[in-house]
Design a protein around this ligand. Structure first.
Ligand code: BGC
Length: 367
């Protein structure tokens, strides 16, 4: 009899927990197996990822996706919410790669497999896998594009911009770009116009992370369009007419590229500018068609999403996911699956992004 009443009490307690979950999350009884956390809804890049995740997971109710709105506190809360729903796999793109270690550790403590998505989580052993694009190649492709536009010019004015120092990728992008640009800066083909820290290091090809941090500290856009716009405007105010003319601009991604390009376009002493980007955001695809942005690096989000989903499914099925290499995060070599990137400019924009079926032609004008 005693045992029986214990069972009833336990049953009642479970019912209560169930109804709290229902009242709190509005999630009904559904158990969530895979939780996805993305950094912000305010950048088209991450909305692209959301769309592609929803497409890839159509009809699978055991997944929940939350945005952290550029706030590590909200990100940690998101992870905790998902843990209460019983996730077994967490796919997370951190807002701040170091701050997110705490969220990853909380998940790990619950036995959850943690997959870092696009951005690595630093300085923790709590991250199991990493799905990513080849970010060093992104930077190389941006720099190579600028080099290819030189066409014999020397003493070409170069303006450098970078992503947020809290994002490990910002270092990888810059590292790749610097590898390609540095020899041409050292021999005077390019002349850096907006970073004394970069000038101080221009004789050095392989920069340490601390050296890159010094440069990024000076040229960072924080992945913020307004910061990018302000920085470009300040640089143009400080620059002399001789620092302008035909200029070369390393911009880290599409959102910041558009903001920076708009500032350079307004300056009458700038006769022509070349500006890089990445993400193939729709607004930048239109800018490329219109000749306002020179290039973008296309990162096919569908591949990244399907790699992350396949990895999650393998983990749920008790299988070891396929990886192709590893990235060191300061505490461990994280097994990684990497995807290649494609350079897109006016010449191949239609073939790469529209004819390929990535975007419908009707989203653009002047194709
Ligand atoms: C991503 C880029 C993105 C940037 C800003 C980086 O970590 O790899 O695709 O443009 O963050 O959100």
């Amino acid at each position: 009899m005693k045992k029986f009443s214990k069972i009833i009490i336990a049953g009642l307690a479970l019912l209560m927990i169930g109804s709290f979950a229902f009242a709190g999350g509005g999630q009904q009884k559904s158990k969530v197996d895979v939780g996805i956390v993305l950094p912000t809804k305010d950048e088209p890049r991450w909305v692209q990822d959301e769309t592609r995740f929803l497409d890839a997971l159509k009809g699978q109710a055991n997944v929940e996706l939350l945005f952290s709105q550029g706030d590590s506190g909200k990100e940690k809360q998101n992870v905790e919410t998902l843990l209460t729903k019983g996730i077994k796999v967490l796919i997370i793109c951190p807002h701040d790669g170091t701050a997110a270690a705490a969220a990853a550790e909380a998940a790990k403590k619950e036995g959850v497999t943690v997959i870092a998505y696009d951005r690595l989580i630093n300085d923790t052993t709590a991250v199991d896998y990493y799905v990513t694009f080849d970010s060093v190649s992104v930077g190389k492709a941006q720099a190579q594009y600028l080099v290819d536009q030189l066409k014999g010019k020397t003493k070409a004015p170069l303006y450098l911009y970078a992503g947020a120092a809290s994002d490990n990728n910002a270092f990888l992008f810059f590292q790749g770009a610097w590898e390609v640009l540095q020899p041409l800066i050292a021999n005077g083909t390019f002349v850096i116009k907006n970073s004394s820290e970069a000038v101080a290091l221009q004789g050095k090809k392989d920069l340490t992370r601390a050296e890159m941090a010094k440069i990024i500290g000076q040229i960072s856009t924080n992945w913020d369009f307004n910061d990018a716009k302000r920085k470009a405007a300040d640089n143009l105010t400080s620059a002399s007419t001789a620092d302008k003319g035909e200029v070369f601009i390393l911009a880290p991604n599409d959102g910041t590229a558009r903001a920076i390009a708009d500032e350079f376009a307004k300056d009458t002493a700038v006769t022509k500018y070349y500006v890089t980007g990445q993400d193939a955001e729709k607004a930048s695809v239109q800018y490329i068609i219109d000749g306002k942005q020179s290039m973008t690096v296309f990162k096919d989000v569908r591949t990244l999403v399907s790699d992350a989903v396949a990895m999650a499914k393998d983990v749920l099925a008790g299988k070891t996911p396929i990886t192709t290499g590893s990235y060191n995060n300061g505490k461990k070599d994280v097994a990684a699956k990497q995807t290649e990137v494609v350079t897109v400019d006016k010449n191949n924009v239609k073939a790469a992004l529209i004819d390929s079926g990535y975007y419908p032609a009707s989203d653009f004008t002047g194709l």
